[in-house]
Write a protein that binds this ligand. Structure first.
Ligand SMILES: Nc1ncnc2c1ncn2[C@@H]1O[C@H](COP(=O)(O)OP(=O)(O)OP(=O)(O)O)[C@@H](O)[C@H]1O
Ligand SMILES: [Mg+2]
Length: 160
């Protein structure tokens, strides 16, 4: 997981630098492997990082920090992508996950809804929470790989 996040930060490095954003990968290298397709999880992380960049590009009066941390309770693993951006109004927190909901002039409004679908297909969850005193955090919760196959079957093979 730590190396996957380093890769995501490398892939978005130009954007981060262009917006003078300081990224921090505080994910431990001892985190157990998660149950997820590597490429799809990379896509989720990049979506969340790009949203964090957008949210911070309008902020000029404080540090622009992108912090990625992990935690585990033994049964689940959570990776949190937190920014010091403009934040999300409480009444928009749920609408965010609707396809085509966007507040950006050139946004599609698909990033977080696709990301949530990807995470849920792997038996996990994606939620957002406001950060104090400012900013937003997205929490990706996944299962450890030992609990099942590391390569989940396509949805059509799942019998539902
Ligand atoms: N980190 C964040 N801080 C503040 N608002 C956010 C953040 N992430 C998402 N949002 C809000 O949620 C909306 C939906 O995000 P989503 O990624 O689905 O679409 P988008 O970024 O607008 O377009 P795209 O399809 O290009 O990703 C955004 O338009 C924005 O209003
Ligand atoms: Mg987006």
């Amino acid at each position: 997981m730590r190396s996957l996040i380093d890769e995501a930060l490398a892939l978005t490095q130009r954007e981060l630098e262009a917006h003078r954003i300081v990224p921090r990968n505080n994910v431990g290298s001892d985190l157990p492997p998660v149950l997820a397709d590597r490429v799809q999880l990379q896509q989720v992380l990049i979506n969340l990082i790009m949203n964090a960049i957008d949210a911070m590009s309008a902020v000029n009066n404080r540090e622009r920090l992108l912090t990625i941390v992990s935690s585990t309770d033994g049964s689940e693993i959570t990776v949190t992508v937190a920014d010091t951006g403009i934040g999300i109004e409480p009444e928009k927190l749920d609408r965010l996950f609707e396809p085509f909901f966007t507040t950006k002039r050139d946004g599609m409004g698909l990033g977080v809804s696709i990301s949530r679908s990807i995470v849920e297909v792997h038996g996990g969850s994606l939620r957002a929470s406001p950060q104090r005193p400012f900013g937003t955090a997205f929490h990706v919760t996944l299962l450890p790989a030992e609990n099942g196959s590391p390569n989940p079957k396509p949805m059509s093979d799942r019998g539902n």
